[in-house]
Design a binder for this molecule. Structure first.
Ligand code: 13P
Length: 249
């Protein structure tokens, strides 16, 4: 089976810690108005927790799905400041990012914790988008594959049935918010490495997104690569036209 044929393109906007109710309203109205230009592509936004209500009300029935940028590994209890996966379900979330490099770096999230969060999401019926990626120093030392393998190990250890319901996002840390993008060939090489591990587990159909300075101007060449199934978009997802053009690429 040619798994490329069964993997539908997926483009997710990661708003990070941006937005106000007013600016969100403009962006969401623009996305709903323009989504008709997007074909054969799942389109989604992952937004800050306080805006999930606004986003679910605005995007309901639009064909654009939504999610959050993090989730607790705990189901409920005395965990001040944490947000559980069932709370995300309550707001209609279909996706949640786990292990974004900003959480790994700034909040000390370990590979094991990321896998625990992915499992918590799955238990609530939410698709975890597991983010992996190497730093510039690691890339320059030729350690990219080793780092990706280490980050993925506890996630893959959850087993084929679980991993089959996930999305993997490869985001080289050196390409995030820097304007530097991996070349399509560089990204494809890492995606193929990830695909090989998924195939070994028996789940080659899992979608692998690329993230890191994706723009309308480079989306097409990235999407032309056989193992790149879509994009996780930061900055450009805050600009209606740009985000839609990436999804339409
Ligand atoms: P940029 O697209 O702004 O580089 O961010 C990428 C990212 O971190 C998406 O999760």
């Amino acid at each position: 089976m040619n798994t490329a044929l069964v993997r539908k393109r997926l483009v997710i906007g990661n708003w990070k810690m941006h937005g106000t109710q007013a600016s969100n309203a403009m962006l969401l109205t623009g996305l709903c108005a323009g989504v008709a230009v997007v074909h054969d592509c799942d389109l989604a936004v992952c937004v800050p927790f306080p805006y999930l209500g606004q986003v679910s009300a605005s995007l309901h029935g639009s064909g654009i799905s939504w999610g959050a940028q993090d989730v607790s590994k705990h189901e409920q209890g005395a965990f001040t400041g944490e947000v559980s996966s069932s709370m995300l379900t309550d707001f209609g979330c279909r996706w949640v990012l786990v292990g974004h490099s900003e959480r790994r770096t700034l909040h000390g999230e370990t590979d094991t914790l990321v896998a625990e969060k992915a499992l918590a999401a799955l238990k609530a019926g939410i698709t975890p988008v597991v983010c992996v990626g190497e730093t510039l120093a690691e890339q320059e030392a030729g350690r990219t594959n080793e780092v990706i393998q280490r980050q993925l190990a506890p996630v893959l250890a959850l087993g084929a049935d679980s991993v089959a319901k996930m999305v993997i996002a490869y985001e080289p840390v050196w390409a995030i918010g820097t304007g530097l993008t991996a070349t399509p060939e560089q990204a494809q090489e890492v995606h193929a490495f990830i695909r090989a591990q998924l195939s070994e587990l028996g789940v080659p159909q899992v979608r692998i997104l690329y993230g890191g300075s994706v723009k309308a101007s480079n989306a097409l060449s990235l999407f032309a690569m056989s193992d790149i199934d879509g994009a996780l978009v930061g900055g450009a997802s805050l600009v209606t036209e740009e985000f839609l053009r990436i999804a339409a690429a």
